[in-house]
Design a protein. Structure first.
Length: 315
């Protein structure tokens, strides 16, 4: 299934293989994704291509400063014909939700996503509505030093399984993009390659991937080191270590393995954990420092030996 998605996305996205694998990892692990980069690097295109490759309901929400929470969750309106109030669901009632330029909305509107991202449900006027499976939020944002943006609160950042940057294409990739543009090779219609049931099944089966006890200790050692670091005010929370565990299991699964390797943890630690760190000196110039600090922490912690006894594995 992962290979079919890779092939489908490659028809519309030049390069970005590593970013696509991170997206697939989060999708399989039922995690939300935050794409951050400057405008024009393909954030929205990648999110739309991934969503269109799956036979799931999809809604795109363009976040703006005048967007209200009810515009996302839905409202109760009075039906004069029926003589009663009815609930009209908002765009969050979909399997894949693209929150485009999420940091252009006010904090009040951003906070309306907290419940649905964590508990997969939405409460409106005292009534709770469960969301259908799968439910994944793919959010894009411009760097916070761009005009007219609001930084995401720490509580919401912690609900994204991983944060990733696409970056600019290489010279060869840039040339290929221009060639396809001249040839009209970027098609607007995308045929789904997997069904909603396929994704739900995958989100259950990856949990059987085995994780050695030593690797669990390795994850906790990284988290505890962030909590003790003098430059870090808030280290990795238990939610962060749980996200890292699920992500490593999903990464192993899409690589046809039923066990996690130390390389899985090292590859995912930065995109899964760095955005959860809060530094003592909180400023826009300090944002890139969190990843640097985390990388130095990981390099100082001994990596578990791969020659581990099979009887210490946890599925």
């Amino acid at each position: 299934m992962a290979q079919e998605l890779r092939t489908s996305i490659a028809k519309y996205m030049i390069g970005k293989e590593e970013s696509v694998d991170l997206l697939l990892t989060a999708l399989i692990a039922s995690g939300h994704i935050l794409l951050e980069d400057v405008p024009g690097t393909g954030k929205t295109m990648l999110a739309k291509t991934v969503a269109a490759s799956m036979e799931c309901s999809f809604r795109r929400i363009q976040f703006t400063p005048d967007l209200l929470p009810s515009d996302l969750t839905g409202i109760h309106f009075y039906n004069q014909k029926e003589g009663q109030f009815e609930f009209r669901p908002g765009p969050l009632f979909a399997n894949i939700v693209l929150a485009d330029e999420i940091n252009r909305a006010t904090p009040r509107t951003q906070s309306s996503l907290l419940e649905c991202m964590e508990e997969r449900q939405i409460s409106v006027d005292g009534q709770t509505h469960l969301l259908s499976k799968p439910f994944i939020v793919i959010a894009t944002q411009n760097p916070v030093d761009n005009q007219g943006t609001f930084p995401l609160p720490e509580a919401q950042m912690d609900r994204f399984m991983l944060k990733m940057n696409l970056g600019y294409p290489s010279q060869a990739e840039g040339i290929e993009i221009l060639k396809r543009t001249m040839e009209g090779g970027f098609q607007s219609s995308i045929t789904p390659v997997i069904t909603q049931e396929d994704m739900i099944s995958a989100q259950q089966s990856f949990k059987s991937v085995q994780v050695q006890e030593d690797l669990l200790q390795y994850m906790i050692a990284i988290a505890e080191a962030t909590r003790r670091h003098p430059d870090i005010a808030l280290g990795v929370s238990p939610r962060g270590t749980q996200a890292l565990l699920r992500a490593t299991q999903a990464r192993a699964a899409i690589r046809n393995r039923d066990y996690v390797l130390p390389d899985d943890i090292k590859a995912l630690a930065l995109p899964v954990l760095s955005h959860r760190l809060v530094l003592h000196q909180r400023s826009r110039q300090q944002e890139g420092k969190a990843a640097t600090l985390l990388q130095s922490i990981i390099e100082q912690i001994p990596v578990p030996s791969e020659n581990m006894s099979s009887d210490s594995s946890i599925g």
